[in-house]
Design a protein around this ligand. Sequence first.
Ligand SMILES: *[C@@H]1O[C@H](CO)[C@@H](O)[C@H](O)[C@H]1NC(C)=O
Length: 281
Amino acid sequence: MNKNVFLVTFLLHMSHVYYCIEDPDRIDVVDMTKPTTWRDLAIYYGAVEKHWKMCINCGVPDLGTGIHLEHTGSTGSMHPAVIPSEYLLSRLSIVDVSTLTTLNPSVVLTLDVALQWAALKHDPKEPTLLLFKFGWTEEDNSRINVGACVCKVPGLSYELAEWIAANLSHVVGVATDTPTFESEQTREFASRTVSNVLGRSGIYMIENVHFRRKMPEQGCMALAMPLKLLNAPYVPTRLTAFCPSTKSDLHVVMALKKEIPIQTRLPNSRVYDVNLDEILS
Ligand SMILES: *[C@@H]1O[C@H](CO)[C@@H](O)[C@H](O)[C@H]1NC(C)=O
């Protein structure tokens, strides 16, 4: 990547504009992360280090928002630390299946049903994070017994995971508000799991996503920021969404901007500010 290009500079510029212009089309920056604690991290990685048998297919709700590729047979090549940065900034497409969960709290989202959502039917045109909203709440975590490896969690069918891996080539990641993507159909298996079929295709999975407010299903961008922890198959991550704040068909676009050396800048010029009309196209 060109050294003159600084995303951070851009973000700083953007938040600057965001705070000082009263623009109805401003961009909302939404933190979708559930935090983790030092204690929970220590317990989890302590268990990993001691090679304790752990139930991964029910998820790890205590760890907060986490990211992984494959869970099992981790060789070191499929860890979150190897995900290219350009795949972590993506279009965010939200698939709200919470009405299905209301009817059946441990629903298996099948391929047939999923294809009713346009976001799952057609390959997106740009790198996309597919975020499944099952309507999971903190209280639902009581439906998970990690010790006994028993849980009632909605998830994806194996066929749907295969479809995403094979036919949605621009989907770089999938995310969910539940602690796991594994469903009743896949949870008992060691290799025929959602995380195997997606992870093998290089599609990362983010779990325990926090919906703190209503969000547009299209139009947002997502920035995932995993902890760059080496040799760990599962790491905490931050997930931030950038959304158009008004209810409209606007799409947020994030662009990189070349940094201009201070000495060649025009003094007090506003030309270096980000033009929101250009961002929201
Ligand atoms: C991919 O799409 C094609 C055409 O719609 C379909 O026949 C095939 O089964 C799909 N692949 C998977 C793995 O679902």
